[in-house]
Structures are given as structure tokens and as C-alpha cells.
Design a protein around this ligand. Structure first.
Ligand SMILES: *Cc1c(COP(=O)(O)O)cnc(C)c1O
Length: 433
């Protein structure tokens, strides 16, 4: 094969494909709702829920959805219907989950910030995962004799990037594992019932590190004989790009199941496993339909830039972590099926030099080989179901919040969040001059 042919073949195979939408659907969604538009698939989410519920386990598994990944009420409802519980990361998420039908008992709060409305939330029955000695002390004072979960920092972590790693000495999440004695004395002082121990070491973590952490977490369960549930958090890596691998839950779960069985033999305690995925349940179930707004270049030694009609105000992951999302060209006209590919630097619409969808972790722009796109064509950004709508730099440049559509199990497109109006953007301001 000639080198040139091989080059063509390589670039052809590296071209990303649509995940769950069909080209005709992209065009009709864009016409009906405009762009940019988030689109989620109910059936895809339900399938992921079933996979999580089938996580290998020795004595039962319960799944919590880390709702910070995507808190739209319809997605919460799908989780509820699937019997999935809630991992809330702030008191506000607790209130949101309660509002949309979860009972307090179905929610566990794992919060960096001590809840300001602590007493009311906990008295209502919401479960509390203590994340620091200060939180443990405060819980003990308010609810002596109460039942808690304790989050430990096991001393090692793993994330897709340093910014998503939440274990080890560089992380403030959870109680440092060497403080076990201080934990024990507070537990004793307030006569607390430790019913669960918890670790969560990062998002997109290495399966090997994850398994090692499972081992440590069982040591914390050993330290507290009252523990009946062991939560291993979330963090299952999901491959968004064709060449990135997704975690096989069956594969990483199998050795963990054995650890639980061994624990039962040794200590005569049958522990229930809990997992808390966010990414895994929704990341691949969302697409962002955008339009090419402009195309500029910086000369023969420079780049060709594709400007989309969205930006970090709908997906900030590339600018925050250098994350890659598939970018799939869908021609505006169905008859235009030119298979040509080109290299672009794809940028967002915000007046911010970091608003680049194709960049390295550190910010250097990268080119992406993708289908040739003209102004008015669509570019579908894939893998945007988690930490995009929920984590964007919403309203920067006063761009309105991106609307969301759900493709229901009957194939209908249902608007589940309206596009924000300009008045909504400034409605909380008080003009005093
Ligand atoms: C964010 C978070 C999760 C979910 O992490 P993913 O990487 O989205 O699976 C689970 N547990 C806790 C405590 C979290 O903060």
C-alpha cells in the first residue's frame, strides 16, 4: 500500500460516527428546535442503568446516580423508575431530588461543603456521608446515636486528569486514612452507628487503582463492625472517542466480588456493595447538535478554524480538562454526501481564547480530522450526557442556557428544557442606580 493510501485509510478509520442519532434525525431536530441543542436518549440511559445494576456482587448491589453529572428532572425520573438511588453532592441537589420525587431515605449527601440547612435535611431522613472530621463532629453533636456513612481518602487516587483525581495527598476529599483513630474516638464519643464506609477516588479512574482501593475500603469496613454497606463510589471510565476504552463493569467487578466473599468467610459479615456512577450512566447517552457558524484560517502555516454556534457555555470539559469529544459532521442537505475529510481546529463561540473544543490539556490547540464542513452544516458533539449541561460556564457572554430534548422510548422528540430567554438571564439583578 502506498503511504498516501495508508494515510487516507487511517484518517478514514479515525473519523468519529454518530452514537445514537441518525443523520435525518439530526437535521429534523435542528429544524424543529434550533441549535445548539442537547439531545438525550431514554433507551440508552435505561440500558446503562441495567448494566450498572448487573454489577458483579456477592451479597447484593445498590446503585446511586451521581446526579451532578446531569440533574435534569426527566433523567432523575428515569433513574427513579429503574430503582436507582441518589448521590447528592450539595444540599441543593438534595432539595432538587426531593422535589422530583425521591424520598429522603433514597438520597445520600456527600458534600464538600457542610450543608447550611444541615439539621432540617438530616432530620428529614436523608443519609449523610461524613467527609471530614469537622462534619463528623457536627453530626455527632446534632444527632448523637445516629447512623452515618464515612468517606475515606484511601491515600491513592486516579482520574482521567489531575483535575478529576480525588484521592491521595493532593486531594481534600474524604477523611485521610491515617486519621482512623480520630474517627473512631468521635464515633465512640457520640455513640454513632457507622453503617457504611465510602471511597470515591476520581472520575475516569484506572481500573487497577480502583481495584486496589476496593481492598482498602474493606479494611475500613473491618475497622467498624457495624458497617453493612460498602460504597466504592463512581469514576468508571467511559470512552467517548472511538480509540478510547470504556470500563467493562463485569470485568472490574469480578475481583471485587471475590474480595467481598473472602471478607464474609473471614469476618462472617455479608456486606452489600454500593456503586455511584455518574459518567457511566449518562455520558454516552447525550449528543449536542450545533451548527457551523463560520470558518476562518490563519494562512498556509496556520490553521483552519471551524466556529460552532456553541461553546464552553454548553460544554466546558475541553477547556477545563482537555477532554476530547467526537465531532461528527452532518451535512445540511441530505443529498450532499461528500465523504471528504479535513483537519480543523474547532472552536466555541465565546470571546475567550480557551474556548477551543480540540485542545490538549494545557490549552494548546490541536487539529481534528473530520468530515468537511461548510457554514450551515451541523456538527454533532458526542459523549455530552455527563458534566456538560450541568457544568458549563452558563450565560457567559450572555448566551442563553442550551435547550434539552429527550428521545423517548417511542422515538418521539420531547423538549425537556426550554431555551432560556434574555429576561431570565438577568432576572435576579436589582437595578439600583
Ligand atoms: C462525582 C461523584 C461520583 C460520580 O463520578 P463519575 O466519575 O461521574 O462516575 C460518585 N461519587 C461521588 C462522591 C462523587 O463526587
Amino acid at each position: 500500500m502506498e503511504p498516501f493510501e495508508r494515510f487516507i485509510l487511517n484518517t478514514m478509520t479515525s473519523i468519529e460516527k454518530l452514537k445514537f442519532l441518525k443523520e435525518e434525525q439530526v437535521r429534523s431536530l435542528a429544524k424543529e428546535f434550533g441549535t445548539p441543542l442537547f439531545v438525550y436518549s431514554q433507551s440508552q440511559i435505561e440500558q446503562k442503568c441495567d448494566e450498572a445494576k448487573a454489577f458483579p456482587n456477592a451479597f447484593g448491589v445498590q446503585v446511586r446516580y451521581a446526579m451532578k453529572a446531569n440533574p435534569n428532572s426527566n433523567i432523575l425520573k428515569i433513574m427513579k423508575q429503574k430503582g436507582i438511588l441518589i448521590d447528592a453532592s450539595s444540599e441543593h441537589e438534595v432539595k432538587r431530588a426531593l422535589h422530583f420525587g425521591f424520598t429522603p431515605e433514597e438520597i445520600m449527601l456527600t458534600s464538600q461543603e457542610f450543608p447550611k440547612d444541615f439539621k432540617n435535611i438530616i432530620s428529614s431522613g436523608v443519609k449523610f456521608n461524613v467527609c471530614s472530621l469537622r462534619q463528623l463532629q457536627a453530626y455527632g453533636e446534632a444527632f448523637p446515636g445516629g447512623s452515618i456513612s464515612i468517606r475515606f481518602n484511601p491515600g491513592l487516587g486516579s482520574g482521567h486528569t489531575k483535575k478529576t483525581d480525588v484521592g491521595g495527598v493532593t486531594s481534600s476529599f474524604g477523611i485521610w486514612h491515617e486519621k482512623l483513630n480520630e474517627v473512631k474516638s468521635l464515633v465512640q464519643k457520640y455513640n454513632l452507628n457507622v453503617e457504611k464506609v465510602h471511597t470515591h477516588i476520581g472520575s475516569g479512574s484506572d481500573p487497577e487503582v480502583w481495584k486496589a482501593v476496593a481492598h482498602y475500603t474493606l479494611e475500613y469496613a473491618e475497622a467498624f463492625p457495624s458497617v453493612t454497606v460498602v460504597s466504592l463510589g463512581g469514576g468508571y471510565k467511559v470512552g467517548r472517542m472511538e480509540d478510547e476504552k470504556s470500563t467493562d463493569l463485569q470485568k472490574i467487578g469480578a475481583p471485587v466480588k471475590i474480595l467481598f466473599e473472602d471478607f464474609a468467610k473471614k469476618h462472617n459479615r455479608k456486606l452489600i456493595l454500593e456503586i455511584e456512577p455518574g459518567t457511566y450512566l449518562v455520558a454516552l447517552c447525550g449528543s449536542l447538535i450545533t451548527s457551523v457558524d463560520d470558518k476562518v484560517d490563519t494562512g498556509p502555516k496556520g490553521f483552519t478554524f471551524l466556529k460552532l454556534d456553541t461553546g464552553m457555555d454548553s460544554n466546558t470539559r475541553p477547556s477545563l480538562y482537555g477532554s476530547k469529544h467526537p465531532l461528527v459532521t452532518v451535512k445540511q442537505k441530505p443529498s450532499d454526501t461528500s465523504p471528504k475529510t479535513t483537519e480543523y481546529v474547532v472552536v466555541g463561540h465565546c470571546c475567550e481564547s480557551g474556548d477551543v473544543f480540540t485542545q490538549k490539556e494545557g490549552g494548546e490547540p490541536m487539529t481534528r480530522v473530520m468530515g468537511e464542513s461548510e457554514i450551515g452544516d451541523y456538527v454533532v458533539m458526542e459523549g455530552v450526557g455527563a458534566y456538560c449541561s450541568s457544568m458549563s460556564t452558563k450565560n457567559y457572554n450572555s448566551f442563553p442556557e442550551t435547550p434539552e430534548v429527550l428521545v423517548s422510548n417511542t422515538g418521539e422528540f420531547k423538549l425537556i428544557r426550554k431555551k432560556q430567554t434574555i429576561e431570565e438571564i438577568y432576572k435576579n439583578e436589582i437595578l439600583v442606580l
